[in-house]
Design a protein around this ligand. Structure first.
Ligand code: HEM
Length: 674
């Protein structure tokens, strides 16, 4: 088993099975600087990791493109040969790493912790160690996972929804449409398998078992599944060896889903006036601009239906997602208008970039300090240096040149998808008094976001998501996504859990057992050895599905583990997630807590940014939301009561009054122009 030494988080085996967190493997202690010294002044870096898998630092820089991916096509373009040290991020993520400008850029490979397990060693989907096919992904979804409706007592639906925002910011597998019907058909429209000889080479259909409780009612034998494009499908990226999948968005937490992943995408959604992004006024509200291809981008009945255009093609997928995309877009314009009033001499470009920078900083603050601790555990995050108890305006200068910020395939294709379990199929509409006005059924509104513009729905759904519990993070996946995903007016749709399992095999992820070992847990030598983390009745189910305990897919085994105390995942997924969010932070030169003189904020500004909260974001960007609980990812309670928005701390933008003479002096090379 090969292990990437670019791995930074390690389990503490001694404490196992009463597992409470990780200890730090390498890297020097962080330094929290209160005087604004740039990180280079202290010179602390981790030892250079060697990454034998995937796009190691030092490998040739792969080019990237400027257009949305079209199924079957792989984008190619060039990274700048020389990077300028500007105050702002580029739109495609290039030049974040000044020496390796292509790291974390849109349209490049995923990272990987372990060597792939392709059946042929190159690209064929994983098979059993016996050489036979693995059990049907749908069968595994049905047997190993439940569909019970168990509300989470602690966390709201916005907690789930923010996770999807983060997902869409960090990765998107190439060649798919995600939610729109894929032009490549591997099954006939009435659910029959298309013969292997006639099916497209990217087909990897999911076979529905006989007597399927849902699909057998309508005779569906096959769920469409198209393989992700890899570097082997690209004439500009492949350098030999096992295939690596491509991701079409930047890896950084940079709100690429709001601003787009290239200058071209950005130019299409930017107003070029007052630093603002385009919003369109309809019925007195300000909304995301409309798509130019309504029936192509949405499951619209006719072209007069609302269907959005944004920095991410998945924006229309579900109402909660469209709401948060709107909130983040409105926040940009709110900041831009405020900055324009405070600094009347700023031009459009400066206003745009400064507002974008503040919007991203608030978003990173909320993501790392308010949201991620719920998933990873605050103690675990502190211990592994994903967050700090940094006082007031202190900087955390932990940027590390040796860290590859690419999103890990094991993270995006297995671990992070476990939180599909949090999805709720019923979306409540709530009044300002928090009385239920009605509810929507999720599968009626996939790819039909116009519902959020009807009447008071935007505010009612936003309050609903802030009040309604998400589904418990467990082995149950809501029926709405287990049998009715993207059903498009048909009696049944697809099954997200089956797609997750099939995608694990498509990407040839290392097995659950390999990943356990990698994460410092005990390698299982028999089925019984899994009982340290998986309950015996579930192991019995797995036994009935797989030929060998070595066959258990990472997506499956990781989702069945008992959770680590204080976190929402078991040790194997927690190890992957912790490693990912460590890399996402320290591999980002523009991370908001960095005190670099050019890219950073002033201490006064940092004090303000640390006040950002989900509650305030919702208060400021609803149509007429006037009250909220201060912790919007947590359900309303005695210690988290609904209160007037005016009582919730706000980032004071007066700290941005012309404090950055360099802001206007920035070279224009990397950002959008008309
Ligand atoms: C209603 C909510 C959601 C729906 C309908 C949804 C649906 C989907 C679909 C259809 C895919 C692509 C499946 C495939 O073909 O492989 C996907 C991918 C993914 N989802 Fe979700 N999802 C939702 C929420 C979430 C949440 C809350 C998270 C995590 C917190 C999440 C994490 C992911 C990840 C990591 C991927 C892979 C991204 C990539 O392409 O690299 N999703 N989701």
């Amino acid at each position: 088993l090969k292990v990437s030494t670019g791995y930074h988080i390690v389990h503490n085996q001694q404490s196992y099975p009463d597992f409470h967190g990780f200890s730090y493997l390498q890297g020097s202690a962080p330094y929290i600087v209160g005087n604004g010294l740039p990180p280079s002044a202290a010179g602390a870096t981790s030892p250079a990791p060697q990454t034998p898998f995937g796009p190691a630092i030092g490998s040739p820089i792969t080019p990237y493109g400027y257009s949305f991916p079209t199924p079957g096509r792989v984008a190619c373009a060039q990274s700048p040969a020389v990077c300028e040290k500007t105050a702002y991020r580029t739109l495609d993520g290039s030049c974040n790493h000044l020496e390796q400008p292509g790291l974390g850029v849109a349209n490049t490979r995923y990272g990987r912790l372990l060597t792939p397990k392709y059946a042929d060693g190159i690209s064929a989907p994983t098979r059993s160690v016996t050489g036979e096919e693995l059990p049907s992904a749908r069968l595994v979804s049905l047997v190993a996972f439940g569909e019970q409706d168990v509300p989470d007592p602690e966390f709201t639906l916005h907690n789930m929804q923010w996770g999807q925002i983060i997902t869409h910011d960090m990765s998107m597998q190439a060649g798919g449409t995600q939610s729109k019907k894929h032009p490549t058909r591997c099954c006939t429209d009435d659910g029959r398998l298309i013969g292997l000889d006639t099916a497209h080479k990217t087909c990897f259909a999911i076979i529905v078992p006989p007597h399927d409780p849902a699909y057998s009612q309508v005779g569906t034998e096959c769920l469409n599944f198209v393989r992700t494009l890899t570097d082997r499908d690209s004439n500009c990226q492949y350098a030999g060896g096992p295939a690596e999948q491509l991701t079409v968005v930047t890896s950084y937490l940079d709100l690429s889903l709001v601003y787009g992943n290239s200058i071209q995408q950005n130019s299409d959604i930017r107003e070029f006036q007052g630093g603002r992004m385009i919003v369109e006024e309809r019925n007195g509200g300000k909304w995301l601009p409309l798509s130019r291809n309504v029936t192509g981008d949405c499951d619209a009945v006719d072209s007069s239906e609302v269907c959005y255009r944004s920095g991410d093609v998945r924006v229309n997928q579900n109402p909660g997602l469209a709401i948060l995309q709107t909130v983040l877009l409105r926040e940009h314009n709110r900041i831009a208008d405020a900055l324009a009033a405070l600094n009347p001499h700023y031009d459009d470009r400066t206003l745009f970039q400064e507002s974008r920078k503040i919007n991203i900083a608030q978003y990173q603050q909320i993501s790392y300090y308010e949201w991620l601790p719920i998933f990873l555990g605050a103690e675990n995050m502190l211990k592994n240096r994903l967050i700090y108890k940094a006082p007031g305006g202190s900087y955390v200068n932990d940027f590390d040149l040796n860290i590859d910020p690419s999103v890990l395939n094991e993270h995006a294709t297995a671990a992070f998808r476990y939180f599909h379990s949090q999805i709720e199929g019923r979306l409540d509409l709530l009044s300002e008094m928090r009385t239920v006005l009605g509810s929507l059924t999720l599968s009626d509104w996939f790819n039909r976001p116009g519902i959020i513009e009807v009447g008071d729905n935007f505010d009612s759904l936003t309050r609903g998501h802030a009040t309604q519990p998400e589904e418990l993070t467990d082995i149950n996946f809501d029926r709405q996504i287990k049998h009715f995903l993207f059903r498009r007016n048909m009696p049944f749709g697809s099954d997200l859990r089956s797609l997750d399992i099939q995608r694990n095999r498509d990407h040839g992820l290392a097995s659950y057992n390999d990943m356990r070992e990698f994460c410092g847990l005990r390698r299982a030598h028999s089925w019984e050895d899994y009982s340290d983390l998986i309950s015996v009745p579930i192991i019995e189910k797995l036994k009935s599905l797989y030929h060998s305990h070595e066959d258990v897919d990472l997506t499956v085994g990781g989702s069945l583990e008992a959770h680590v105390s204080g976190a929402l995942a078991g040790p194997t997924f927690l190890c992957i997630l912790t490693e990912q969010f460590y890399r996402t932070r320290v591999g980002d030169r523009f991370f908001f807590e960095n005190g670099d003189k050019i890219t950073g904020f002033t201490p006064d500004q940092l004090v303000e940014l640390r006040k950002a909260s989900m509650a305030r974001l919702l208060c400021d960007n609803g149509n007429r939301i006037t009250s909220m609980q201060p912790e919007a990812f947590r359900t309303v309670s005695g210690s988290n009561p609904i209160m007037p928005c005016t009582n919730i701390a706000q980032v004071d933008l007066t700290k941005w009054i012309d404090q950055k003479p360099y802001a206007t002096a920035d070279p224009s090379a990397h950002y959008g122009r008309k």
